[in-house]
Write a protein that binds this ligand. Sequence first.
Ligand code: HAS
Length: 552
Amino acid sequence: MKGIASINTKDAKLSMAHFYVAFTALLIGALAGLLQTLVRSGKLTLPAGINYYQVLTVHGVLLGLVLTTFFIIGFILATQSKTAGTYTDGERRFGWIGYWMMTIGVAITATFVLLGEGSVLYTMYAPLMAHPLHYIGLTLVVVGSWVEGFVVFHRHARWKKENRGQTTPLLSFMGVMTMLLWLVACLGLATTVLVQIIPWSLGLVPTIDILISRTLFWYFGHPLVYFWLLPAYMAWYVIVPKIIGGKIFSDALARLSFVLFILFSIPVGFHHQLLEPGIDPFWKYLQVVLTYLVVIPSLMTAFSLFATFEMRGRELGATGLFGWWKKMPWKDARFLAPFMGMLLFIPGGAGGIINASHQLDQVVHNTIWITGHFHLTVASAVAMTFFGVTFWIVPSITGRKLTPKMNKVALVQTWLWTIGMLFMSSSKHAAGLFGAPRRSAFSTYAGNEDSLAWIPYQIAQAVGGSILFLGAVLMVIIFINLAFFAPKGEEEFPIGEVHDQAEKAPAVFENFKLWVAITFVLVLFAYTIPFIDMIQNAPPGSPGNTTVIGRQ
Ligand code: HAS
Protein backbone atom coordinates (compact mmCIF):
# COMPACT_ATOMS: atom_id res chain seq x y z
CA MET A 1 0.00 0.00 0.00
CA LYS A 2 1.17 3.52 -0.79
CA GLY A 3 1.25 5.90 2.14
CA ILE A 4 -0.65 9.18 2.08
CA ALA A 5 1.29 12.04 3.65
CA SER A 6 -0.81 14.74 5.31
CA ILE A 7 1.37 17.62 4.04
CA ASN A 8 3.38 18.29 0.90
CA THR A 9 6.18 15.70 0.77
CA LYS A 10 8.92 18.28 0.20
CA ASP A 11 7.75 20.23 3.26
CA ALA A 12 7.60 16.97 5.20
CA LYS A 13 11.22 16.22 4.27
CA LEU A 14 12.31 19.58 5.67
CA SER A 15 10.43 19.01 8.94
CA MET A 16 11.75 15.47 9.26
CA ALA A 17 15.35 16.69 8.78
CA HIS A 18 14.84 18.79 11.93
CA PHE A 19 13.40 15.84 13.82
CA TYR A 20 16.39 13.59 12.95
CA VAL A 21 18.76 16.05 14.61
CA ALA A 22 16.39 16.54 17.56
CA PHE A 23 16.15 12.83 18.36
CA THR A 24 19.89 12.23 17.92
CA ALA A 25 20.35 15.00 20.49
CA LEU A 26 17.84 13.30 22.79
CA LEU A 27 19.77 10.03 22.80
CA ILE A 28 23.21 11.51 23.50
CA GLY A 29 21.86 14.18 25.86
CA ALA A 30 19.94 11.62 27.91
CA LEU A 31 23.05 9.44 28.25
CA ALA A 32 24.95 12.45 29.56
CA GLY A 33 22.07 13.09 31.99
CA LEU A 34 22.25 9.54 33.31
CA LEU A 35 26.02 9.82 33.84
CA GLN A 36 25.51 13.06 35.74
CA THR A 37 23.00 11.65 38.19
CA LEU A 38 25.22 8.61 38.80
CA VAL A 39 28.24 10.84 39.45
CA ARG A 40 26.29 13.05 41.85
CA SER A 41 25.05 10.05 43.82
CA GLY A 42 28.62 8.86 44.29
CA LYS A 43 27.86 5.62 42.43
CA LEU A 44 30.15 6.34 39.49
CA THR A 45 33.47 7.96 38.85
CA LEU A 46 33.87 9.12 35.29
CA PRO A 47 36.73 7.43 33.45
CA ALA A 48 39.93 9.46 33.26
CA GLY A 49 39.73 12.40 30.92
CA ILE A 50 35.98 12.98 31.16
CA ASN A 51 35.05 15.91 33.33
CA TYR A 52 31.71 16.27 35.20
CA TYR A 53 31.19 19.78 33.84
CA GLN A 54 31.79 18.58 30.31
CA VAL A 55 29.05 15.96 30.70
CA LEU A 56 26.79 18.61 32.23
CA THR A 57 27.41 20.84 29.21
CA VAL A 58 26.67 18.02 26.74
CA HIS A 59 23.41 17.33 28.60
CA GLY A 60 22.34 20.98 28.77
CA VAL A 61 23.33 21.98 25.25
CA LEU A 62 21.90 18.92 23.51
CA LEU A 63 18.61 18.81 25.37
CA GLY A 64 18.06 22.48 26.19
CA LEU A 65 19.23 23.90 22.90
CA VAL A 66 19.49 21.34 20.12
CA LEU A 67 16.51 19.05 20.85
CA THR A 68 14.20 21.97 21.57
CA THR A 69 15.18 24.35 18.75
CA PHE A 70 15.22 21.68 16.07
CA PHE A 71 11.98 20.07 17.23
CA ILE A 72 10.19 23.40 17.54
CA ILE A 73 11.14 24.60 14.08
CA GLY A 74 10.31 21.22 12.49
CA PHE A 75 6.93 21.29 14.25
CA ILE A 76 6.12 24.88 13.30
CA LEU A 77 7.03 24.23 9.66
CA ALA A 78 4.78 21.16 9.50
CA THR A 79 1.81 22.81 11.21
CA GLN A 80 2.12 25.89 9.02
CA SER A 81 2.38 23.82 5.85
CA LYS A 82 -0.76 21.97 6.95
CA THR A 83 -2.85 24.98 7.93
CA ALA A 84 -1.58 27.89 5.79
CA GLY A 85 -0.56 25.70 2.85
CA THR A 86 2.54 24.44 1.09
CA TYR A 87 5.71 26.52 0.98
CA THR A 88 6.98 27.88 -2.33
CA ASP A 89 10.28 26.49 -3.65
CA GLY A 90 11.95 29.75 -2.62
CA GLU A 91 10.62 29.62 0.94
CA ARG A 92 11.61 25.97 1.23
CA ARG A 93 15.12 26.75 -0.07
CA PHE A 94 15.56 29.31 2.71
CA GLY A 95 14.24 26.70 5.14
CA TRP A 96 17.03 24.35 4.05
CA ILE A 97 19.66 27.11 4.24
CA GLY A 98 18.60 27.85 7.82
CA TYR A 99 18.57 24.16 8.64
CA TRP A 100 22.11 23.59 7.36
CA MET A 101 23.43 26.67 9.14
CA MET A 102 21.98 25.33 12.38
CA THR A 103 23.27 21.81 11.82
CA ILE A 104 26.80 22.92 10.92
CA GLY A 105 26.75 25.25 13.93
CA VAL A 106 25.77 22.36 16.22
CA ALA A 107 28.60 20.20 14.79
CA ILE A 108 31.19 22.94 15.43
CA THR A 109 29.94 23.61 18.96
CA ALA A 110 29.72 19.90 19.78
CA THR A 111 33.34 19.43 18.71
CA PHE A 112 34.54 22.07 21.17
CA VAL A 113 32.35 20.77 23.98
CA LEU A 114 33.79 17.29 23.46
CA LEU A 115 37.32 18.73 23.42
CA GLY A 116 36.56 20.26 26.85
CA GLU A 117 36.78 23.79 25.41
CA GLY A 118 33.13 24.69 25.89
CA SER A 119 32.17 23.89 29.51
CA VAL A 120 31.01 27.43 30.20
CA LEU A 121 27.50 27.06 31.68
CA TYR A 122 24.61 27.87 29.39
CA THR A 123 26.97 27.86 26.41
CA MET A 124 28.07 31.46 27.09
CA TYR A 125 28.30 32.72 30.65
CA ALA A 126 31.03 35.18 31.53
CA PRO A 127 33.55 35.11 33.09
CA LEU A 128 34.00 31.52 31.93
CA MET A 129 35.57 31.57 28.49
CA ALA A 130 35.31 28.97 25.73
CA HIS A 131 37.17 28.57 22.44
CA PRO A 132 36.04 31.29 19.96
CA LEU A 133 34.79 28.63 17.54
CA HIS A 134 32.40 27.36 20.23
CA TYR A 135 30.66 30.75 20.16
CA ILE A 136 30.87 31.03 16.40
CA GLY A 137 29.16 27.62 16.06
CA LEU A 138 26.37 28.77 18.38
CA THR A 139 26.01 31.99 16.43
CA LEU A 140 25.42 29.91 13.31
CA VAL A 141 22.69 27.96 15.12
CA VAL A 142 20.94 31.16 16.14
CA VAL A 143 21.27 32.90 12.76
CA GLY A 144 20.07 29.74 10.99
CA SER A 145 16.99 29.72 13.22
CA TRP A 146 16.30 33.36 12.27
CA VAL A 147 16.41 32.46 8.58
CA GLU A 148 13.80 29.79 9.27
CA GLY A 149 11.80 32.31 11.30
CA PHE A 150 11.61 34.57 8.27
CA VAL A 151 10.27 31.65 6.22
CA VAL A 152 7.45 31.29 8.77
CA PHE A 153 6.73 35.05 8.65
CA HIS A 154 6.75 35.06 4.86
CA ARG A 155 4.34 32.13 4.56
CA HIS A 156 1.95 33.75 7.03
CA ALA A 157 2.06 37.10 5.20
CA ARG A 158 1.41 35.31 1.90
CA TRP A 159 -1.66 33.61 3.39
CA LYS A 160 -2.98 36.97 4.55
CA LYS A 161 -2.53 38.43 1.07
CA GLU A 162 -4.25 35.46 -0.53
CA ASN A 163 -7.17 35.53 1.96
CA ARG A 164 -7.77 39.19 2.68
CA GLY A 165 -10.04 39.99 5.62
CA GLN A 166 -10.15 36.41 6.94
CA THR A 167 -8.90 35.22 10.32
CA THR A 168 -5.52 33.56 9.83
CA PRO A 169 -5.06 29.87 10.71
CA LEU A 170 -4.49 29.67 14.45
CA LEU A 171 -1.43 27.41 14.24
CA SER A 172 0.24 29.65 11.67
CA PHE A 173 -0.44 32.71 13.87
CA MET A 174 1.03 30.88 16.87
CA GLY A 175 4.09 29.82 14.84
CA VAL A 176 4.69 33.46 13.88
CA MET A 177 4.33 34.62 17.49
CA THR A 178 6.75 31.95 18.71
CA MET A 179 9.40 32.87 16.14
CA LEU A 180 8.85 36.58 16.81
CA LEU A 181 9.42 36.03 20.51
CA TRP A 182 12.59 34.11 19.68
CA LEU A 183 13.91 36.84 17.39
CA VAL A 184 13.31 39.68 19.85
CA ALA A 185 14.83 37.59 22.65
CA CYS A 186 17.92 36.75 20.61
CA LEU A 187 18.82 40.45 20.31
CA GLY A 188 20.28 40.38 23.83
CA LEU A 189 22.21 37.20 23.14
CA ALA A 190 23.53 38.48 19.80
CA THR A 191 24.71 41.71 21.45
CA THR A 192 26.70 40.04 24.20
CA VAL A 193 28.13 37.35 21.89
CA LEU A 194 29.11 39.62 19.00
CA VAL A 195 30.11 42.75 20.93
CA GLN A 196 31.56 41.26 24.11
CA ILE A 197 32.24 37.54 24.11
CA ILE A 198 33.70 36.77 20.69
CA PRO A 199 36.15 39.74 20.71
CA TRP A 200 37.17 38.76 24.25
CA SER A 201 37.63 35.06 23.46
CA LEU A 202 39.70 36.01 20.38
CA GLY A 203 41.94 38.07 22.65
CA LEU A 204 41.05 41.33 20.88
CA VAL A 205 40.00 42.90 24.19
CA PRO A 206 41.53 41.96 27.56
CA THR A 207 38.43 42.03 29.78
CA ILE A 208 34.68 41.58 29.75
CA ASP A 209 32.00 43.39 31.74
CA ILE A 210 30.39 40.44 33.45
CA LEU A 211 27.29 42.15 34.78
CA ILE A 212 26.37 43.56 31.39
CA SER A 213 27.05 40.26 29.68
CA ARG A 214 24.90 38.32 32.16
CA THR A 215 22.14 40.89 31.99
CA LEU A 216 22.07 40.63 28.20
CA PHE A 217 22.10 36.84 28.56
CA TRP A 218 19.09 36.83 30.91
CA TYR A 219 17.24 39.33 28.74
CA PHE A 220 17.36 36.37 26.34
CA GLY A 221 17.24 33.57 28.92
CA HIS A 222 13.71 34.01 30.21
CA PRO A 223 11.89 34.40 26.89
CA LEU A 224 13.95 31.37 25.83
CA VAL A 225 11.85 29.27 28.21
CA TYR A 226 8.67 30.56 26.57
CA PHE A 227 10.14 29.79 23.16
CA TRP A 228 10.18 26.20 24.46
CA LEU A 229 6.74 26.47 26.05
CA LEU A 230 4.73 28.12 23.26
CA PRO A 231 4.95 25.20 20.80
CA ALA A 232 3.68 22.96 23.63
CA TYR A 233 0.81 25.44 24.09
CA MET A 234 0.16 25.22 20.32
CA ALA A 235 -0.44 21.51 20.81
CA TRP A 236 -2.49 22.04 24.00
CA TYR A 237 -4.75 24.67 22.47
CA VAL A 238 -5.23 23.23 18.99
CA ILE A 239 -4.20 19.57 18.76
CA VAL A 240 -5.34 18.07 22.08
CA PRO A 241 -8.99 19.23 21.69
CA LYS A 242 -9.20 17.34 18.39
CA ILE A 243 -7.59 14.21 19.83
CA ILE A 244 -10.21 14.05 22.60
CA GLY A 245 -12.97 14.67 20.04
CA GLY A 246 -13.78 18.14 21.42
CA LYS A 247 -13.49 21.75 20.27
CA ILE A 248 -11.11 24.63 20.94
CA PHE A 249 -12.65 26.64 23.77
CA SER A 250 -11.77 30.03 22.29
CA ASP A 251 -9.58 31.07 19.36
CA ALA A 252 -9.46 34.65 20.67
CA LEU A 253 -8.32 33.61 24.15
CA ALA A 254 -5.57 31.42 22.65
CA ARG A 255 -4.33 34.32 20.51
CA LEU A 256 -4.50 36.74 23.43
CA SER A 257 -2.36 34.48 25.59
CA PHE A 258 0.31 34.35 22.85
CA VAL A 259 0.22 38.16 22.55
CA LEU A 260 0.68 38.47 26.34
CA PHE A 261 3.71 36.18 26.16
CA ILE A 262 5.34 38.48 23.60
CA LEU A 263 4.69 41.53 25.79
CA PHE A 264 5.64 40.22 29.20
CA SER A 265 8.18 37.46 28.71
CA ILE A 266 11.09 39.69 27.81
CA PRO A 267 11.46 42.48 30.40
CA VAL A 268 11.81 40.00 33.28
CA GLY A 269 15.42 38.73 33.07
CA PHE A 270 16.35 40.22 36.45
CA HIS A 271 14.40 37.47 38.19
CA HIS A 272 17.38 35.26 37.32
CA GLN A 273 19.71 37.84 38.83
CA LEU A 274 17.89 38.59 42.07
CA LEU A 275 20.97 37.64 44.07
CA GLU A 276 23.47 39.48 41.85
CA PRO A 277 24.97 42.69 43.15
CA GLY A 278 25.12 45.82 41.00
CA ILE A 279 21.41 46.04 40.12
CA ASP A 280 19.26 48.47 42.07
CA PRO A 281 16.56 46.65 44.11
CA PHE A 282 13.86 48.90 42.61
CA TRP A 283 14.48 47.50 39.12
CA LYS A 284 14.59 43.97 40.44
CA TYR A 285 11.24 44.65 42.12
CA LEU A 286 9.78 46.03 38.90
CA GLN A 287 10.83 42.97 36.93
CA VAL A 288 9.41 40.68 39.63
CA VAL A 289 6.06 42.45 39.15
CA LEU A 290 6.33 41.89 35.38
CA THR A 291 7.21 38.23 36.07
CA TYR A 292 3.93 37.83 37.91
CA LEU A 293 2.18 39.33 34.89
CA VAL A 294 3.69 36.67 32.61
CA VAL A 295 2.08 34.00 34.78
CA ILE A 296 -1.36 35.24 33.63
CA PRO A 297 -1.30 33.75 30.10
CA SER A 298 -0.41 30.37 31.63
CA LEU A 299 -3.36 30.64 34.01
CA MET A 300 -5.54 31.53 31.00
CA THR A 301 -4.21 28.43 29.26
CA ALA A 302 -5.04 26.24 32.26
CA PHE A 303 -8.55 27.74 32.33
CA SER A 304 -9.03 27.14 28.62
CA LEU A 305 -7.84 23.53 28.90
CA PHE A 306 -10.14 22.77 31.80
CA ALA A 307 -12.99 24.28 29.78
CA THR A 308 -12.14 22.10 26.77
CA PHE A 309 -11.99 18.94 28.89
CA GLU A 310 -15.19 19.80 30.72
CA MET A 311 -17.13 20.65 27.54
CA ARG A 312 -16.05 17.36 25.96
CA GLY A 313 -16.81 15.43 29.14
CA ARG A 314 -20.32 16.88 29.35
CA GLU A 315 -20.94 16.02 25.69
CA LEU A 316 -20.15 12.43 26.63
CA GLY A 317 -22.48 12.51 29.62
CA ALA A 318 -20.12 13.49 32.43
CA THR A 319 -21.42 15.54 35.36
CA GLY A 320 -19.72 17.50 38.14
CA LEU A 321 -16.44 19.39 38.19
CA PHE A 322 -14.13 16.46 37.43
CA GLY A 323 -16.61 14.11 35.74
CA TRP A 324 -14.69 14.63 32.47
CA TRP A 325 -11.77 12.68 33.93
CA LYS A 326 -13.49 9.34 33.24
CA LYS A 327 -14.28 10.30 29.64
CA MET A 328 -10.77 11.09 28.43
CA PRO A 329 -9.01 8.73 25.97
CA TRP A 330 -6.39 7.49 28.45
CA LYS A 331 -5.32 4.65 26.15
CA ASP A 332 -4.38 7.06 23.36
CA ALA A 333 -0.69 7.97 23.73
CA ARG A 334 -1.25 11.11 21.63
CA PHE A 335 -3.39 12.35 24.54
CA LEU A 336 -1.72 10.76 27.56
CA ALA A 337 1.74 12.21 26.91
CA PRO A 338 0.74 15.89 26.67
CA PHE A 339 -1.78 15.46 29.50
CA MET A 340 0.92 14.12 31.84
CA GLY A 341 2.99 17.12 30.75
CA MET A 342 0.14 19.45 31.76
CA LEU A 343 -0.22 17.72 35.11
CA LEU A 344 3.48 18.07 35.90
CA PHE A 345 3.35 21.68 34.78
CA ILE A 346 1.09 22.52 37.71
CA PRO A 347 3.83 21.99 40.37
CA GLY A 348 6.40 23.24 37.83
CA GLY A 349 4.53 26.53 37.46
CA ALA A 350 4.00 26.81 41.22
CA GLY A 351 7.76 26.40 41.66
CA GLY A 352 8.30 29.21 39.15
CA ILE A 353 6.06 31.48 41.19
CA ILE A 354 8.13 30.65 44.29
CA ASN A 355 11.38 31.41 42.43
CA ALA A 356 10.01 34.71 41.24
CA SER A 357 9.54 35.95 44.80
CA HIS A 358 12.68 37.89 45.76
CA GLN A 359 12.52 36.62 49.34
CA LEU A 360 11.87 32.95 48.63
CA ASP A 361 14.48 32.91 45.88
CA GLN A 362 17.13 33.58 48.59
CA VAL A 363 16.45 30.04 49.83
CA VAL A 364 16.48 28.21 46.52
CA HIS A 365 18.74 30.18 44.18
CA ASN A 366 21.71 28.17 42.95
CA THR A 367 20.48 25.06 44.74
CA ILE A 368 19.36 21.96 42.93
CA TRP A 369 15.75 23.07 43.55
CA ILE A 370 16.13 25.19 40.40
CA THR A 371 17.03 22.20 38.29
CA GLY A 372 14.00 20.46 39.84
CA HIS A 373 11.89 23.38 38.59
CA PHE A 374 13.11 23.17 35.04
CA HIS A 375 12.83 19.40 34.90
CA LEU A 376 9.11 19.81 35.60
CA THR A 377 8.70 22.60 33.06
CA VAL A 378 10.93 22.08 30.06
CA ALA A 379 11.82 18.41 30.63
CA SER A 380 8.25 17.37 31.49
CA ALA A 381 5.53 19.74 30.27
CA VAL A 382 7.41 20.65 27.10
CA ALA A 383 9.29 17.41 26.39
CA MET A 384 6.27 15.16 27.00
CA THR A 385 4.14 17.31 24.72
CA PHE A 386 6.81 17.06 22.03
CA PHE A 387 6.84 13.28 22.48
CA GLY A 388 3.04 13.17 22.24
CA VAL A 389 3.23 15.21 19.03
CA THR A 390 5.91 12.89 17.62
CA PHE A 391 3.60 9.88 18.04
CA TRP A 392 1.25 11.26 15.34
CA ILE A 393 3.18 13.88 13.39
CA VAL A 394 5.95 11.59 12.18
CA PRO A 395 3.66 8.93 10.67
CA SER A 396 1.20 11.57 9.51
CA ILE A 397 3.66 13.61 7.43
CA THR A 398 5.56 10.57 6.13
CA GLY A 399 2.49 8.57 5.09
CA ARG A 400 2.72 5.88 7.75
CA LYS A 401 0.53 4.61 10.63
CA LEU A 402 0.82 4.66 14.38
CA THR A 403 -0.16 1.03 14.93
CA PRO A 404 -2.05 -0.09 18.09
CA LYS A 405 1.12 -1.96 19.10
CA MET A 406 3.30 1.13 18.77
CA ASN A 407 0.65 3.15 20.62
CA LYS A 408 1.05 0.70 23.53
CA VAL A 409 4.84 1.14 23.46
CA ALA A 410 4.24 4.91 23.46
CA LEU A 411 2.00 4.55 26.53
CA VAL A 412 4.80 2.67 28.32
CA GLN A 413 7.23 5.41 27.27
CA THR A 414 4.91 8.05 28.74
CA TRP A 415 4.64 6.23 32.08
CA LEU A 416 8.41 5.70 32.24
CA TRP A 417 8.96 9.42 31.69
CA THR A 418 6.30 10.40 34.24
CA ILE A 419 7.60 8.07 36.96
CA GLY A 420 11.26 8.89 36.22
CA MET A 421 10.50 12.59 36.37
CA LEU A 422 8.57 12.26 39.64
CA PHE A 423 11.66 10.71 41.27
CA MET A 424 14.00 13.13 39.60
CA SER A 425 12.18 16.38 40.24
CA SER A 426 10.83 15.72 43.73
CA SER A 427 14.26 14.65 44.97
CA LYS A 428 15.86 17.70 43.37
CA HIS A 429 13.36 20.02 45.03
CA ALA A 430 13.87 18.34 48.42
CA ALA A 431 17.69 18.27 48.24
CA GLY A 432 17.60 21.92 47.17
CA LEU A 433 15.76 22.85 50.34
CA PHE A 434 18.62 21.24 52.29
CA GLY A 435 21.01 23.48 50.38
CA ALA A 436 22.41 21.00 47.85
CA PRO A 437 24.21 23.06 45.18
CA ARG A 438 22.86 22.92 41.65
CA ARG A 439 26.11 22.05 39.90
CA SER A 440 28.74 19.95 41.58
CA ALA A 441 30.15 16.47 41.37
CA PHE A 442 29.91 14.11 44.38
CA SER A 443 33.66 14.44 44.99
CA THR A 444 33.33 18.16 45.70
CA TYR A 445 30.92 17.69 48.58
CA ALA A 446 31.76 14.20 49.87
CA GLY A 447 33.01 14.40 53.42
CA ASN A 448 31.08 17.58 54.16
CA GLU A 449 28.78 16.75 57.08
CA ASP A 450 25.98 19.04 55.88
CA SER A 451 25.84 17.13 52.66
CA LEU A 452 24.85 13.86 54.39
CA ALA A 453 21.21 15.03 54.24
CA TRP A 454 21.41 15.23 50.48
CA ILE A 455 22.73 11.76 49.76
CA PRO A 456 19.40 9.82 49.81
CA TYR A 457 17.92 12.43 47.46
CA GLN A 458 20.89 12.19 45.13
CA ILE A 459 20.35 8.43 45.03
CA ALA A 460 16.65 8.96 44.26
CA GLN A 461 17.78 11.20 41.41
CA ALA A 462 19.98 8.44 40.07
CA VAL A 463 16.96 6.09 40.16
CA GLY A 464 14.89 8.70 38.33
CA GLY A 465 17.72 9.34 35.89
CA SER A 466 17.97 5.63 35.07
CA ILE A 467 14.22 5.34 34.44
CA LEU A 468 14.30 8.48 32.31
CA PHE A 469 17.21 7.11 30.31
CA LEU A 470 15.12 4.02 29.51
CA GLY A 471 12.29 6.38 28.53
CA ALA A 472 14.60 8.30 26.20
CA VAL A 473 15.90 5.12 24.55
CA LEU A 474 12.32 3.91 24.06
CA MET A 475 11.37 7.29 22.60
CA VAL A 476 14.18 7.08 20.06
CA ILE A 477 13.12 3.52 19.16
CA ILE A 478 9.53 4.73 18.64
CA PHE A 479 10.76 7.63 16.51
CA ILE A 480 12.88 5.35 14.31
CA ASN A 481 10.00 2.92 13.95
CA LEU A 482 7.53 5.65 12.99
CA ALA A 483 9.94 7.31 10.56
CA PHE A 484 11.23 4.20 8.77
CA PHE A 485 9.44 0.96 9.64
CA ALA A 486 5.80 1.64 10.53
CA PRO A 487 3.36 0.35 7.90
CA LYS A 488 2.51 2.74 5.08
CA GLY A 489 -0.92 4.33 5.39
CA GLU A 490 -2.68 7.50 6.41
CA GLU A 491 -2.47 9.01 9.89
CA GLU A 492 -4.61 11.92 11.06
CA PHE A 493 -3.04 15.39 11.44
CA PRO A 494 -5.34 16.49 14.27
CA ILE A 495 -6.36 20.16 14.06
CA GLY A 496 -9.11 21.27 16.41
CA GLU A 497 -12.06 23.38 15.35
CA VAL A 498 -13.19 26.36 17.36
CA HIS A 499 -16.32 25.99 19.49
CA ASP A 500 -19.42 27.41 17.68
CA GLN A 501 -20.22 29.83 20.48
CA ALA A 502 -16.69 31.25 20.76
CA GLU A 503 -16.15 34.93 19.92
CA LYS A 504 -14.29 35.79 16.71
CA ALA A 505 -10.68 36.87 17.28
CA PRO A 506 -10.28 40.67 17.01
CA ALA A 507 -8.20 41.76 14.01
CA VAL A 508 -5.82 43.70 16.26
CA PHE A 509 -4.19 40.42 17.31
CA GLU A 510 -2.65 40.24 13.84
CA ASN A 511 -0.99 43.64 14.28
CA PHE A 512 2.48 42.23 14.92
CA LYS A 513 4.14 45.64 14.56
CA LEU A 514 2.03 46.98 17.44
CA TRP A 515 2.97 44.11 19.77
CA VAL A 516 6.66 44.37 18.95
CA ALA A 517 6.53 48.16 19.48
CA ILE A 518 4.87 47.78 22.92
CA THR A 519 7.39 45.08 23.81
CA PHE A 520 10.28 47.43 23.02
CA VAL A 521 8.68 50.17 25.13
CA LEU A 522 8.43 47.74 28.07
CA VAL A 523 12.00 46.56 27.52
CA LEU A 524 13.30 50.13 27.41
CA PHE A 525 11.37 50.93 30.58
CA ALA A 526 12.68 47.89 32.44
CA TYR A 527 16.30 48.03 31.27
CA THR A 528 17.42 51.57 30.31
CA ILE A 529 18.23 52.97 33.75
CA PRO A 530 19.77 49.72 35.05
CA PHE A 531 22.05 49.63 31.99
CA ILE A 532 23.07 53.26 32.47
CA ASP A 533 23.87 52.39 36.11
CA MET A 534 25.92 49.38 35.12
CA ILE A 535 27.93 51.28 32.55
CA GLN A 536 28.48 54.32 34.75
CA ASN A 537 29.51 52.30 37.76
CA ALA A 538 31.60 49.74 35.90
CA PRO A 539 32.85 51.25 32.66
CA PRO A 540 33.77 48.47 30.23
CA GLY A 541 37.48 47.75 30.56
CA SER A 542 37.82 49.15 34.05
CA PRO A 543 40.08 46.60 35.76
CA GLY A 544 38.46 47.07 39.16
CA ASN A 545 35.07 45.91 37.96
CA THR A 546 35.80 43.25 35.41
CA THR A 547 37.21 39.81 35.81
CA VAL A 548 38.71 37.34 33.42
CA ILE A 549 38.68 33.61 33.79
CA GLY A 550 40.55 32.11 30.90
CA ARG A 551 39.81 28.83 29.14
CA GLN A 552 40.66 25.79 31.17
FE1 HAS B 1 11.25 29.14 35.29
C1 HAS B 1 14.46 29.45 36.51
C2 HAS B 1 10.23 31.69 37.28
C3 HAS B 1 8.07 28.93 33.93
C4 HAS B 1 12.44 27.05 32.83
N1 HAS B 1 13.09 28.37 34.79
C5 HAS B 1 14.28 28.62 35.43
C6 HAS B 1 15.32 27.91 34.76
C7 HAS B 1 14.75 27.26 33.68
C8 HAS B 1 13.35 27.56 33.72
C9 HAS B 1 15.47 26.43 32.64
O1 HAS B 1 11.52 33.93 38.90
C10 HAS B 1 16.78 27.85 35.18
C11 HAS B 1 17.61 28.94 34.58
C12 HAS B 1 19.02 28.80 35.05
O2 HAS B 1 19.73 27.96 34.47
O3 HAS B 1 19.43 29.46 36.00
N2 HAS B 1 9.47 30.09 35.59
C13 HAS B 1 9.27 31.10 36.47
C14 HAS B 1 7.87 31.50 36.43
C15 HAS B 1 7.27 30.70 35.47
C16 HAS B 1 8.29 29.84 34.95
C17 HAS B 1 7.22 32.57 37.23
N3 HAS B 1 10.41 28.16 33.70
C18 HAS B 1 9.10 28.22 33.30
C19 HAS B 1 8.90 27.44 32.12
C20 HAS B 1 10.14 26.91 31.80
C21 HAS B 1 11.08 27.38 32.81
C22 HAS B 1 7.60 27.28 31.39
C23 HAS B 1 10.56 26.03 30.68
C24 HAS B 1 9.79 25.65 29.69
N4 HAS B 1 12.17 30.30 36.65
C25 HAS B 1 11.57 31.33 37.32
C26 HAS B 1 12.60 32.04 38.13
C27 HAS B 1 13.81 31.41 37.89
C28 HAS B 1 13.51 30.32 36.97
C29 HAS B 1 12.41 33.19 39.00
C30 HAS B 1 15.18 31.79 38.47
C31 HAS B 1 15.39 31.19 39.79
C32 HAS B 1 16.81 31.34 40.28
O4 HAS B 1 16.98 31.60 41.47
O5 HAS B 1 17.78 31.16 39.53
C33 HAS B 1 5.81 30.77 35.05
O6 HAS B 1 5.74 31.03 33.67
C34 HAS B 1 5.04 29.55 35.41
C35 HAS B 1 3.55 29.70 35.11
C36 HAS B 1 2.87 28.37 35.05
C37 HAS B 1 1.72 28.07 35.64
C38 HAS B 1 1.13 26.68 35.49
C39 HAS B 1 -0.11 26.64 34.59
C40 HAS B 1 -0.55 25.24 34.38
C41 HAS B 1 -1.02 24.72 33.21
C42 HAS B 1 -1.38 23.25 33.16
C43 HAS B 1 -2.85 23.03 33.34
C44 HAS B 1 -3.13 21.58 33.56
C45 HAS B 1 -4.26 20.94 33.18
C46 HAS B 1 -4.45 19.50 33.49
C47 HAS B 1 -5.35 21.64 32.47
C48 HAS B 1 0.97 29.04 36.45
C49 HAS B 1 -1.20 25.55 32.00
C50 HAS B 1 -5.25 19.52 34.73
C51 HAS B 1 -5.75 18.27 35.26
C52 HAS B 1 -6.08 18.09 36.57
C53 HAS B 1 -6.92 16.99 36.96
C54 HAS B 1 -5.59 18.99 37.65
